[in-house]
Design a protein around this ligand. Structure first.
Ligand SMILES: Cc1cc2nc3c(=O)[nH]c(=O)nc-3n(C[C@H](O)[C@H](O)[C@H](O)COP(=O)(O)O)c2cc1C
Length: 257
């Protein structure tokens, strides 16, 4: 067949299109995979940071290796405070579960201190090899939803670390929740009193007194950002209340004596 034939011209053009389409598809797949991996890496980094592994990350530790070696993903039925295998934890998406009526529960208005309306029935938590639990928390901030993790030591009450990984607060104001100096003060705080009563709170900047009897339960707010401080307070009070992780942490404490 002659190189000038119309058939051959169309054939070459067609083959060129096929090759280009395959290349574009491959590039898109690689990009989606990379985005998914980066998202997973960010969550792992946040979980490790909240769990008290920040120094190991700063020292150049590999996030995936640290994560695999130290923490395990588990599901908690928040109503009973028990671990559950009712759904596959590996594929469980708590955000998605919270948005569907069949996998979520409505929060009574008087308990909805985080202003979220409903929550997933099951919480995907991380348990580290020292028995600490790294718990997902969320709630309304001043400008949008805030998502984070708070790590509780094996005693079920001591805070190991605290961090948000997503929020829309204002840089220099509410976004100071990301300031390492502000986050640092959470470490060592006690969520509950020895009676079991919920005690952890965020107060207006300057109201914290280091020598007060409740200093161990109190986090100082952020200057000029009382609204965000109050929102974080509400998030904490909801997630450590009876409708949140309190039944789970009470069981953990009882089991560990
Ligand atoms: C544009 C703009 C953005 C603001 N962003 C925040 C914020 O992200 N978080 C916050 O608590 N307050 C923010 N504020 C300030 C609040 O409106 C409010 O004045 C403040 O929270 C009160 O805190 P204070 O009592 O510590 O001064 C913002 C104000 C303005 C005008």
């Amino acid at each position: 067949m002659s190189n000038d034939s119309i058939f051959k011209t169309f054939l070459v053009a067609f083959l060129l299109c096929v090759v280009c389409s395959v290349l574009v598809c491959l590039a898109a797949i690689v990009r989606i995979d990379k985005e998914a991996y980066n998202k997973q890496l960010e969550i792992r980094k946040t979980v490790l940071a909240a769990g008290g592994y920040q120094q190991l990350i700063d020292d150049g530790g590999n996030i995936d290796e640290l994560f695999t070696a130290n923490v395990e993903l588990k599901l908690v039925d928040l109503a009973t405070g028990e671990y559950t295998t009712a759904v596959d934890v590996a594929t469980y998406d708590q955000k998605e579960a919270a948005s569907k009526p069949e996998s979520s529960v409505k929060i009574p208005a008087d308990l909805d201190l985080a202003s979220i309306g409903s929550r997933a029935k099951y919480a995907a938590i991380y348990v580290d090899k020292k028995g600490a639990t790294i718990l997902p928390i969320r709630g309304a901030g001043m400008w949008g939803p805030m998502y984070g993790y708070i790590a509780i030591a094996a005693d079920g009450t001591t805070v190991n670390g605290f961090t948000f990984y997503q929020h829309a607060e204002t840089p220099g104001l509410g976004a100071e929740v990301d300031n390492p100096n502000w986050k640092k003060q959470w470490t060592g705080k006690q969520v509950f009193k020895s009676s079991g009563a919920l005690a952890l709170k965020v107060v207006k900047k300057g109201k914290y007194k280091a020598d007060a009897a409740d200093a161990v339960n109190t986090v100082d707010g952020i200057a000029g950002s009382t609204v965000t401080g109050d929102k974080v307070h509400g998030i904490i009070r909801y997630w450590f209340g009876e409708h949140g992780f309190a039944p789970f942490l009470a069981k953990l404490k009882a089991e560990r004596g």
